[in-house]
Ligand binder design. Structure first.
Ligand code: RIB
Ligand code: CA
Length: 332
C-alpha cells in the first residue's frame, strides 16, 4: 500500500515529539505537514519544538504551520510540570534551520485536503482548536480528508486532568464539541478515530525501552533529544503519578490511525460536556446504545466517532521501539 499523505496537528510536548518520530519512521506515512497548536506549552514553543524535532529526524523539509494560540472561548493553561518549561523535558535541541510556513495551520490543513481530495490523513494529538477552525473554514473537510484520528478523551474510564476529563479535550471543550458535531452522520470510515485514555494508558514506555531506542547512537542529536525529553516525562510519571514508565498517548494515536488493526474500535456517538463545573471536558460516549431508545433521551441517533476501547499494546510497543530505534540508527 502506498504511504498515506499525513498531517500531524501537535502541541509538541514530549509524546507529541515521539509521535512525530514514529510518523517519520513509519513506511505507511508520507508526512506532508505538521501544524502546531497551544496545549502542553504555548503555540510558539510548540512550533519551535516541532521544527527542531523534525530537523533532528532528518525531515527539516516538512512544512510546519503555526495554529491557534488560545482555546475557543477560554484561557490557555499549559502543563510545564508534565513536559517541562519548553515542552521537551530536559532536552534542549538547537533551533532548527527551517522556519515556520508562511501559511497558517488552518490553511495548511484545508489547502492540503483540497489539493488531494479523499487522500490526506489528519491526526490531532493536542487540543482540537485547529481542527475546529479548519472545519469552520471548510465544512466539507470530513469528505475531503482521507481520514481523521485524534488522541483525546476518556470514554469508559476517568480522566487525567480532572476525574472526568482528558487533557486535550479539557483544554478546549468547545472545539471538541464543534468537531464531533460536524462529523455527525459521516460514513463509518470517515468518522474520527478516537484514541483516548482507555487505550493510551496501556501504551507504557519504560527505561529498557528508552535504552533500546537510543542504543544505536545515544550521543547523537536525535539520541540526546529522545533521552532528555523522555527521561523527564518518565520522572514525572514516577514522582507525580507514582507509575513506572511514561504513557505514549500520541504515538499510539498515530499507530492506530495508520493501522486500525491494532485497536478494537466501537462506532458510537460522543458528546462533550462544555458547562459542567465538575465535568467540563468530559467525553460522554453512548457505549450502551441508549440514544436509539423510544423514550425522550435528547441524544441525536447519528454516530460521530469510532472509539478505541481495546489495543494490542505489546505489538504497538514492539513496533514503536523497532521503528524509532531504526531512525536513531539512521541518524547516527
Ligand atoms: O492526555 C494526554 C494528552 O495531553 C497528550 O496529547 C499529551 O501530549 C497532552 O497533550
Ligand atoms: Ca499532545
Amino acid at each position: 500500500m502506498a504511504p498515506r499523505p499525513t498531517i500531524l496537528d501537535v502541541d509538541t510536548g514530549v509524546d507529541d515529539a515521539l509521535a512525530l518520530l514514529y510518523a517519520v519512521a513509519s513506511p505507511e506515512v508520507e508526512l506532508i505537514g505538521a501544524t502546531s497548536v497551544m496545549g502542553n506549552i504555548t503555540v510558539e514553543q510548540a512550533t519551535e519544538n516541532t521544527l527542531a524535532v523534525l530537523e533532528a529526524a532528518g525531515r527539516g523539509d516538512v512544512e510546519v504551520a503555526q495554529g491557534a494560540a488560545r482555546p475557543l472561548g477560554r484561557d490557555h493553561v499549559p502543563f510545564p510540570v508534565v513536559h517541562g518549561e519548553r515542552g521537551l523535558g530536559r532536552a534542549a535541541p538547537p533551533p532548527a534551520a527551517a522556519k515556520p510556513s508562511t501559511r497558517s495551520a488552518v490553511d495548511l490543513i484545508v489547502g492540503s485536503a483540497r489539493e488531494r481530495p479523499g487522500e490526506v490523513l489528519l491526526i490531532a494529538t493536542g487540543p482540537l482548536t485547529n481542527v475546529a477552525l479548519a472545519l469552520r473554514e471548510e465544512p466539507h473537510l470530513p469528505d475531503l480528508l482521507g481520514g481523521f484520528a485524534l488522541m483525546g478523551g476518556a470514554f469508559a474510564r476517568g480522566g487525567n486532568v480532572t476525574p472526568a476529563a482528558e487533557a486535550n479535550i479539557w483544554i478546549d471543550p468547545l472545539a471538541a464539541e464543534e468537531v464531533f458535531t460536524v462529523f455527525s452522520g459521516a460514513d463509518d470510515a470517515r468518522l474520527p478515530i478516537c484514541v483516548g485514555l482507555d487505550v493510551t494508558e496501556r501504551a507504557v514506555m519504560r527505561r529498557p525501552d528508552l535504552d533500546a531506542v537510543c542504543g544505536p547512537a545515544p550521543d547523537s542529536p536525535l539520541g540526546r533529544l529522545i533521552e532528555g525529553a523522555t527521561s523527564f516525562y518518565m520522572d514525572f510519571y514516577a514522582a507525580v503519578v507514582g507509575e513506572d514508565g511514561c504513557r505514549l498517548h500520541d504515538p499510539l494515536a498515530v499507530a492506530i490511525a495508520i493501522d486500525e488493526s491494532l485497536a478494537g474500535l466501537v462506532t458510537t456517538r460522543v458528546e462533550v460536556e462544555t458547562d459542567g463545573r465538575w465535568t467540563m471536558g468530559e467525553t460522554v460516549a453512548d457505549l450502551a446504545g441508549v440514544r436509539g431508545s423510544p423514550w425522550p433521551v435528547g441524544w441525536e441517533p447519528e454516530a460521530n466517532a469510532r472509539v478505541a476501547l481495546e489495543v494490542a499494546a505489546e505489538e504497538f510497543m514492539e513496533r514503536f521501539v523497532e521503528r524509532v530505534r531504526s531512525l536513531v540508527e539512521a541518524r547516527a
